[in-house]
Design a protein around this ligand. Sequence first.
Ligand SMILES: Cc1cc2nc3c(=O)[nH]c(=O)nc-3n(C[C@H](O)[C@H](O)[C@H](O)COP(=O)(O)O)c2cc1C
Length: 354
Amino acid sequence: MAGNTFGQLFKLTSFGESHGRALGGVIDGCPAGIMLDIEKIQLELNRRKPGQSAIVTQRKEPDTVEIYSGIFEGKTTGTPIGFAIHNTNQKSKDYSHIKDSYRPSHADYVYDKKYGFRDYRGGGRSSARETASRVVAGAIAKQFLTNIKINAFVSQVGEMKLEKDYKELDFSKIEANPVRCPDMETANRMEEYIKSIKKQGDTIGGVITCVIQNVPIGLGEPVFDKLHAALGGAMLSINAVKGFEYGSGFHGVTMKGSEHNDSYNSDGTTTTNLSGGIQGGISNGMDIYFNVAFKPVATVLQSYETINKEGEKVTTQGKGRHDPCVVPRAVPIVEAMAAMVLADFALFARTNKI
Ligand SMILES: Cc1cc2nc3c(=O)[nH]c(=O)nc-3n(C[C@H](O)[C@H](O)[C@H](O)COP(=O)(O)O)c2cc1C
């Protein structure tokens, strides 16, 4: 399996499976001299971990990170940062029913066809447990990007939308409820809705909005490594992501150029920001904002029809501990991927001028 490394200068190589001994990674290219707050890394992992509330999977994992290298006297040394998170709460027998058959819309079928066989326990490498490694690397990237502020939040669950512009929101409220929607009234409705979906043994999708502030002008490497292309690639690499739009996104197609253009103020800022903080693939100093769409995940705790290895139709009962809606836990993953992209481009920016 190739493709386990993300980034070009700030690089994460991740390893591990859902029911293996541990997950982890090696971060290569992290600059030396960053005073790392390990507590902050753990706090990010706690935001992603299973079992944190009634509306997420009830797998109970402490998700404690152990760092093995690359730090001395609290500071990064510029050498590879190796780390691991041990799996402690696997229930592999919950997955025996999918050993020889495939969950529709999960990765089971394509993994079997591509590799010849698969670790079916907990979805193996296709499980979103892998994203714990991204959250560790993202938390380190955030500490490198001292001035840049990255805030993601849940802006939609099913048809239920947060009908407010991000500028009207108080980001300090994101962690105030289990949904991670900073508007309490909407968050309460979303929470009740997710609970009702869970009761039906079903799943529901959602949208995460991410806002990145205090970005310096000049991040992004045209032409193939445009900043928005890198952010899009990063977000689309997250499990269950089906859509990405930044700035005016798909809504922009309904506007005329004269309405859509962001006019300049004399200091180079713009009166509007439909460009979403990026022009020509380069950050322009305005806020970067984008939406990430997550599907209703595949594992429904209901009876469903599928095929087995022999291609015969079979009926299976979904079981195990699963997320009825993944967006509350995916908020720190979106932030982590955004932080790694920005760290990468911040390092590239150092190579642009003599
Ligand atoms: C935080 C998070 C938790 C997830 N939990 C589950 C889950 O409990 N059950 C499930 O079937 N899929 C879950 N997924 C999604 C699967 O990992 C994903 O659908 C699968 O790997 C197939 O990939 P694809 O949907 O991107 O095609 C989760 C995704 C994320 C981001």
